[in-house]
Design a binder for this molecule. Sequence first.
Ligand SMILES: Cc1cc2nc3c(=O)[nH]c(=O)nc-3n(C[C@H](O)[C@H](O)[C@H](O)COP(=O)(O)OP(=O)(O)OC[C@H]3O[C@@H](n4cnc5c(N)ncnc54)[C@H](O)[C@@H]3O)c2cc1C
Length: 420
Amino acid sequence: MADLVVVGASLAGLRAVEAVRNDGFSGSIALVGAEEHLPYDRPPLSKEHLGDDEPRDPTYREQEKLAELDVELVLGAPAESLDVGNRTVTVGGREIGYSGLVIATGADARPLPASVCAPGLAGVVTLRTLDDSRHLRELLRQGTPRVTVVGAGFIGSEIAAVARTRGLEVTIVEALPVPLVRGVGERMGRALTSIHERHGTTVLTGVSVERVTGSGHVESVVLGDGTEIPTDVLVVGIGATPNTGWLESSSLTVDNGVVADETLAAAPGVYVAGDVARWPNALFDDVLSTPMRLEHWTSASEQGALAARNALDPASAKAYETVPYFWSDWYSSRIQFVGVSRADDEHPEVETEIVMGSEDDGAFVALYRSGERLVGALAVDKRAEVMQYRRLILNRAGWSEGLEKAEERRQRAAKKAAAQ
Ligand SMILES: Cc1cc2nc3c(=O)[nH]c(=O)nc-3n(C[C@H](O)[C@H](O)[C@H](O)COP(=O)(O)OP(=O)(O)OC[C@H]3O[C@@H](n4cnc5c(N)ncnc54)[C@H](O)[C@@H]3O)c2cc1C
């Protein structure tokens, strides 16, 4: 029995524990994690951890720092089931009772279907864990492998960029006609894709992978249009699936994540956080009618802290409202996005306008509008800009306020340039 049980020992799970200990909570806490590793940071795994000669250790807190949190660590042991009525989690055949539970089991990389790629074929990788990253790092450093990346999403793009920066021949294959449409919209999806092209990475769009050849080790990737790409390393970056299998027999609603209310509550005493959580973000209720699931570092961290606080004090549970934020690093470019890039069918379509810089010189800011509301901002190599718009979006600012802010930022940039 523990007062608070946290399942999932990664970012959201660790932040859950840290938050309540920082608040002075002195009850018992158990942190259950499927991996053997202490909680570690994932963003570097597709960036510097693959590219740097001596990458830093991504562990958040060493053992002795974790011990300061006074937590029972149950690592290398996935939770197997949850009984909401009896308030117990089963781990390795042992039942752990709880007063409050935080589910923070994240998501796992989606593999290619077995009909397309034989499971276990050497040289074919996905990237979600530290072990995946170490393995891919080795593969990229053995000679000069030809690299194919399936999926032009953010993680696939980051890996392609690292491989290309190492001088490798890299091809990205994307089934959608325009990459990243779901993340940043059509026009900006094109603009971001051109970053790859400027660096000599081949991007093939609107074509899917028919089969992967090789006996024992990958040899080539055959596309739907018959093209065959000789391949030594195949990176599968086609998205992630929330880790909810262990909740099948629970009474929780699982639908592309664990569905929760605005306070992240999924059942009495049960709260969700991070990549596994799907909840109604009231800040965008005039743009999206359905609950949101994010796969972003910042929201996982914030949700972890709030879910644990709410789990320990459900009577004063607070709603989680956020302007989503993520960043991604490709080659030497920093891409940042705040807000939402899409609306659903019931709301005005989201339109995009570049308000600073240009797509051609590769450094710009674009704003997103839905009706008269400013709903998002994308910046490429304009690091100081997006947080300006994040504040506006948080205050439900109108489109005209977004344009005024853009004018102010342009003038400021011009003055700074003139002073140099
Ligand atoms: C390679 C990579 C690069 C990224 N880069 C960026 C970036 O640049 N910017 C950004 O904003 N976001 C980035 N992200 C996303 C960000 O890292 C995630 O949003 C964040 O890690 C989510 O944290 P989480 O704790 O919810 O889930 P996760 O980090 O997925 O952790 C969930 C943990 O739960 C464990 N688990 C699963 N099932 C069970 C079970 N049954 N019992 C016990 N434990 C279980 C898993 O093993 C895992 O350790 C990146 C993600 C990856 C994988």
